[in-house]
Design a protein around this ligand. Sequence first.
Ligand code: GDP
Ligand code: ZN
Length: 297
Amino acid sequence: MKQQKTGIVIAAHGRHYLADVDGSHVQCVTRGKKTNVAVGDIVDVTFTSPDQAVIDKIQERKTLLYRSDQYKSKLLAANVTQLFIVVATEPSFSDDLVSRATVAAEAAGIAVRLVLNKVDVADNLAQARTRLQVYAAMGYPVHEVSAKSRPDAAVAELAPLLDGQSTILIGQSGMGKSSLINLLVPDADIATREISAKLDTGKHTTTFTRLYHLSGGASVIDSPGFQEFGLYHLSEGMLERAFRDFKPYLGGCKYYNCRHLAEPQCAILDAVGAGKIAPMRHELYGQLLHESSQTLY
Ligand code: GDP
Ligand code: ZN
C-alpha cells in the first residue's frame, strides 16, 4: 500500500506545490489539472516516491484569502489568522490598496495590523501618521518601526505578535517588507533559495508565495509584490459588512435593500456627510460594487 500522510503547503507556483511533511519538503502535484490548493493548506498526500507526492485531499480551511486576477479570484493563502499590511513613510503608499486589503481580511475573518516602516524618515512621518489615522480610528492597530535604523526595536514590537498565529505580510514594493521578513524569520533567504530549487519550476524564481515556520507552531507567509486581493467572490451583503467603518450604521438606512450609493435617508451616506466615514472608503465601496457587477464567471 502506498504511504499516505498529512502536510502543510509551504509554496505554490502554478500546479507545483511544496509541502512540509513531518519536517521534510515534498514536491506535490494535484490530480488532474486542479489548481485549488493554496499556501497554508493542510493536505493529505500519497507518496509516489520518497520526495514526491500527489495531493488527495485539502482539509477544511479556517480562512481563505483570494488574489485578484483580472476579474477572477484565485487562491492566495489558506488558514491565515492575521494580516500585516506594511506601509512606509516613503515611497508613498496607496490608500486604495491598503483599504482593499482591509476589506479582504474582514470578509475572510482575519485580523489586521498596519505596520508603518521607515519612521526614521522624518520628513514624511507626520503625513503618513495622518493618513493612517483613518485606519486607527476603525480599530486597526498601527505599529511604527524602522527595519533599518532600529531593527531590534522592530523585532521587539512585532515578533511577539506572531506567536501562535499564521501571519501574512503584504506591502507595495519598496515599503520594506523583505527587510522585515528577514528580521522576523531567521534564514529566510536560505529557505527561499532552497524552496525555489525544490519547487522545480524550471527557473529558480523567488516570485512565489511561501510559508516559513517559526518556533512554537507560528508561521509567516510572504507573498511577492503587492497582492491585489480578489474581492469578486463577495456578495453585496458581504461587501458592506467587510467595511468595518460602516458597521455602526448598517441597518439604519430607510430602505432595507439600500446600496448606499444615492438612496434617500441612507445612514452610510449620512455618516460620510458627517465626516464619520472617510470619503475614500465610501468611494472604494462604490468601486467594488461596480467591479463585482462586472464579473464574468
Ligand atoms: P520591499 O520591496 O517592500 O521588500 O522593500 P525592501 O525591504 O527591499 O526595502 C526597500 C528599500 O527600503 C531598501 O533600500 C531598504 O534598505 C530600505 N528600507 C527598508 N527599511 C527601511 C527603514 O526602516 N528605513 C529606511 N530609511 N529605509 C529602509
Ligand atoms: Zn444606505
